[in-house]
Design a protein around this ligand. Structure first.
Ligand code: SDX
Length: 434
């Protein structure tokens, strides 16, 4: 973080003394104005609901340029990582800052592979849930419960403990997501196998049964692996900010990731892929798109085009483009080129990209628009889409959490407010209350 020559000066029209703030430059992207002394010197707060103009931290992990539609993990463009790397290489990169060489990759893969089993008693947590419980409620509960098994790695100030927890979380998420799926199906849990890749292992735990082995299809495994890469991290989004804020209190990493899962569940965030597929189902056919778009434009309907729009990308989400390509590959592999949902999605995208209402508001497809169609084609139930998102994002959350804990500037996050409630008043006796 380099101090800029330029300073920011805040002056007041009521003659109060003006105040100067330092400006810092990052390596790329917008400069920041350091306002930390504002309240101490003026007794005033800044006001920024939704943090549209607020940098909450100094990070070196992921960079997004919303206008250029650019996404970099540790400086590498997502387009190159999605084609040249697999998900565990991407995990290594996000955690360590550099891509692994062959030896480092083998060691990392082995370490993760040998942590994919969960404690045998974890299965008892599932029995407390209804079979039709939403998988995200199961994941919030079971990931939080992991903390009760790993008292040997909860000292967040010990870098070794932080690394062990990171490996455990990355390794066990697929097992827990697959267990949530099997539990909802009333099928027995399938244990991970050490002779399969991370993503093939997950697909086997999802789709194998005691009666029939899962035949690994490399095209489908590669497609899901790419989905995991595309969802691995995304700067200071809502769930990552939740993980950072939880971690700033010293909460253990399992509790912080459970908090991130809870936030990701929302339809405005990670729940959008499930909502986007439900939207396509509700629209039903291409001839009904016009009627639906009319509803979206009518603000009073409260209907949104799920899978469209983004707080940062005011141009195409680079992940959506890659996801659309993956869609084509998977549907072709499965002989579903004429998949009605995919055709409907492409027709909807075309209409939205030409319609002034969406163009004016810079609403383009985001990562969630196509990911549901691909996952559906892979046989993943709609309700599990956000669980897959959480499985992918766990590495991003834990990398950001680790960066925050090791940041010497780190302190507990504690925003203030503009208070618009009642000034002080006395409690009236019951007889005088209206
Ligand atoms: C993810 O932050 C991240 O990086 C998230 C994520 C990640 O990887 O972590 O990228 C993952 O969460 C992607 C986003 C998935 N969510 C959706 O697809 C849900 C639908 N999208 C919207 O809810 C919305 O676009 C947001 C929440 C994504 C962004 O909302 P903003 O930035 O607060 O924008 P806004 O709500 O102020 O919208 C600006 C205008 C408004 O209209 P006006 O008041 O100007 O007339 O656009 C309209 C909004 O009403 N608008 C939409 C819309 N999104 C915004 N109108 C219809 N459909 C939509 N999807």
């Amino acid at each position: 973080m380099n101090k800029s020559e330029t300073k920011a000066t805040l002056s007041f029209s009521d003659g109060s003394p003006s105040i100067e703030f330092p400006i810092y430059k990052g390596t790329i992207g917008p400069d920041v104005i350091d306002i930390r002394k504002l309240y101490g010197e003026t007794g005033k707060f800044t006001y920024d609901p939704g943090f549209m103009s607020t940098a909450s931290c100094n990070s070196a992990i992921t960079y997004i340029d919303g206008d250029k539609g650019e996404l970099l993990y540790r400086g590498y463009p997502i387009e190159q990582l999605a084609v040249n790397c697999d998900f565990l290489e991407t995990c290594y990169l996000l955690l360590n800052g550099e891509l692994p060489n062959a030896t480092e990759k083998n060691d990392f893969v082995k370490t993760v592979t040998y942590h994919t089993m969960v404690h045998e008693q974890m299965q008892f947590f599932f029995r407390g849930f209804r079979r039709d419980a939403h998988p995200m409620s199961v994941l919030v509960g079971t990931v939080g419960a992991l903390a009760s098994f790993y008292h040997d790695s909860l000292d967040i100030n010990d870098p070794h403990h932080r690394r062990v927890s990171a490996i455990r979380l990355i390794a066990k998420m697929p097992t827990l997501v697959a267990m949530a799926h099997k539990y909802s199906m009333g099928q027995p849990f399938v244990y991970p196998r050490n002779d399969l890749s991370y993503t093939a292992n997950f697909m086997r735990m999802m789709f194998a049964t005691p009666c029939e082995e899962y035949k690994v299809n490399d095209v489908l495994v590669r497609a899901l692996d790419r989905i995991l890469i595309l969802h691995a991290d995304h700067e200071q989004n809502a769930s990552t900010s939740t993980v950072r804020l939880s971690g700033s209190s010293g909460a253990n990493p399992f509790a912080c990731i459970a908090a991130g899962i809870a936030c990701l569940w929302g339809p405005a965030h990670g729940g959008a892929n499930e909502a986007a597929l439900n939207m396509l189902r509700d629209i039903g056919s291409v001839d009904k798109i016009g009627e639906f778009v009319k509803k979206v434009k009518d603000k009073s309907s409260g209907v949104k085009l799920m899978g469209f729009g983004h707080r940062v990308y005011k141009n195409y989400d680079p992940r959506a483009k890659l996801m659309r390509e993956t869609c084509h590959e998977v549907l072709a592999e499965l002989g579903l080129e004429n998949d009605p949902q995919f055709k409907l999605a492409m027709a909807l995208e075309k209409i939205a990209l030409e319609d002034d209402y969406f163009v004016q508001r810079k609403l383009y497809p985001n990562v969630d628009f196509y990911s549901g169609i691909v996952q559906s084609a892979l046989g993943i139930p709609v309700q599990l889409f956000t669980g897959i998102f959480a499985m992918a994002r766990t590495v991003g959350w834990i990398a950001q959490w680790n960066e925050m804990i090791s940041d010497p500037e780190q302190k507990i996050g504690r925003p203030r407010q503009l208070f618009s409630g009642s000034p002080v008043r006395n409690v009236p006796p019951m007889s005088e209350r209206k």
